[in-house]
Ligand binder design. Structure first.
Ligand code: ZN
Ligand code: ZN
Length: 234
């Protein structure tokens, strides 16, 4: 945690990203031929949008691992479609009329098929990330609740929590001290970032362009990551 606090961006986002990357590395380098992992991945249709694309960036050996995993997916989807192609359910007349009137109503004849195209389990990387984030936030809020100086100063030195992780942390707080510390710390960070944004905007005014940019140059990106979290901390 203190290590993540010393790096740019929300420390919980960084821990979350590390957990996901470790999981993806393990799958690519150790578990791609493990039948249990492959079965889990078949159930979840591989990874969610974000983590599937992160998987493709894992490094050497990624292409072959991804090819094995996603050949399974395409095979499963093809079987579902072929089976559906052979048994075309007929729709009751009433449903046909209702669906004609209401163009946004789901087609009852393809309802079973569309249901089969929904993954049967959550993304494995999301599940591991969520477990780790809960654990990290419980540790953090418990430490703040005990006025743990080491944790307070680590958090002070960090860029602070992003809004989604702040929301989760506030929900997990079990003491008023932790809530008060989190709020005052975040408010201080937000004031500082707003001041940087104001300076960034001022320097973008043609009258002040010659001044050149300082630390505020990337404040517009930090404003986005503070609001929604950092997906891929460098
Ligand atoms: Zn975060
Ligand atoms: Zn995911």
């Amino acid at each position: 945690m203190s290590d993540a606090c010393a790096q740019p961006g929300c420390p919980i986002c960084r821990l979350a990203h590390r957990t996901v990357q470790r999981h993806l590395d393990k799958v690519i380098y150790d578990s791609v031929n493990d039948p249990a992992t492959r079965a889990q991945l078949r159930e979840s249709f591989g990874y969610c949008y974000e983590h599937a694309w992160q998987l493709t960036q894992t490094g050497e050996g990624t292409a072959v691992g991804v090819a094995f995993i996603y050949r399974d997916m395409l095979n499963a989807v093809t079987k579902i479609l072929e089976k559906a192609g052979q048994e075309r359910p007929s729709r009751p007349l009433l449903a046909q009329v209702q669906e004609k009137v209401n163009r946004t109503r789901a087609n009852s004849a393809t309802a079973n098929l569309t249901q089969q195209l929904v993954p049967g389990a959550n993304c494995l990387a999301c599940a591991e990330r969520d477990k780790m984030v809960d654990l990290a936030l419980i540790t953090l809020t418990d430490a703040l609740g005990k006025a743990d100086e080491k944790m307070e100063s680590a958090l002070h030195a960090s860029d602070g929590l992003c809004v989604p992780h702040l929301r989760q942390a506030l929900a997990l707080c079990r003491s008023d001290t932790a809530v008060t510390t989190l709020l005052s710390l975040t408010i201080t960070k937000l004031h500082a970032l707003q001041a940087e944004l104001t300076e960034f905007l001022r320097k973008n005014d043609y009258r002040f362009r010659g001044e050149g940019f300082g630390d505020e140059a990337d404040s517009w990106l930090r404003a986005v990551s503070t609001t929604i979290g950092t997906i891929r901390p460098e």
